[in-house]
Design a protein around this ligand. Structure first.
Ligand SMILES: CC(C)(COP(=O)(O)OP(=O)(O)OC[C@H]1O[C@@H](n2cnc3c(N)ncnc32)[C@H](O)[C@@H]1OP(=O)(O)O)[C@@H](O)C(=O)NCCC(=O)NCCS
Length: 181
């Protein structure tokens, strides 16, 4: 605990506090979230614009990865909780990706279908991006399918700018970057 009352991780010095927005909570994943995320990662509708939904085993591995990443990157992909319902409705944040010989932090977000179109992705991501600005200096990448207009809109609202189109793991993607810090 710091003198200003904010909880920090003893090893990394990263803030552990949940972020509260008008309608959402963006917070670190915890073991109790596993069942929900496994359900979501196995759901085709949730995983739209991804090569496919995951098997239960893959979903568990992905959840483990989410927890591990968030222990070192304070703006790693993490749960977005709807305050009114208390439900985990998606995630936002970064993960590592290798592209053109370099390891990047790639920003991504995903919401359950009934919570899309409400501005939640932008609201949650702006809050977590503020943490990225405080804790990291560098360039972030976003990879978006050219037909995913909703995601492009969010990306623009977060301040990312178009870089180029490129083949990423076999698919054409629009690449966007944002310098933080
Ligand atoms: C992409 C996604 C996270 C956006 O979440 P969201 O909370 O609905 O986004 P927001 O409401 O903050 O903003 C979406 C914007 O795109 C617009 N939009 C939504 N659907 C659209 C569509 N099909 N075509 C064009 N614009 C669209 C919205 O009107 C909004 O724009 P506005 O702020 O100017 O009104 C959500 O749609 C989702 O989970 N999609 C499936 C997973 C996915 O595609 N993830 C991103 C992979 S790169």
């Amino acid at each position: 605990m710091r003198q200003d009352g904010r909880r920090v991780d003893a090893l990394t010095g990263c803030h552990l506090d949940a972020l509260t927005t008008a309608r959402l909570l963006v917070r670190m994943p915890r073991e109790a979230d596993r069942e929900r995320f496994v359900e979501l990662f196995c759901d085709e509708e949730f995983m739209v614009f991804y090569p496919g939904s995951l098997t239960e085993e893959e979903a568990n591995v992905r959840f483990d990865h989410m927890v591990a990443l968030c222990q070192t990157v304070p703006f790693g992909k993490q749960p977005v909780v709807e305050s009114s319902s208390g439900l985990v409705v998606g995630y936002t944040g970064v993960d590592y990706i290798d592209f053109e010989g370099k390891t990047w932090l790639e920003w991504g977000y995903r919401l359950v279908s009934e919570c899309r179109g409400l501005g939640y992705a932008t609201e949650a991501s702006q809050a977590l991006l503020a943490k990225a600005h405080q804790t990291y200096t560098g360039e972030l990448l976003a990879l978006i399918a050219p037909e995913n207009l909703a995601s492009m809109n969010v990306c623009h609202k977060l301040g990312f700018t178009f870089w180029k189109q490129a083949q990423v793991e076999g698919d054409i993607r629009s690449l966007y970057t944002l310098v933080v810090g």
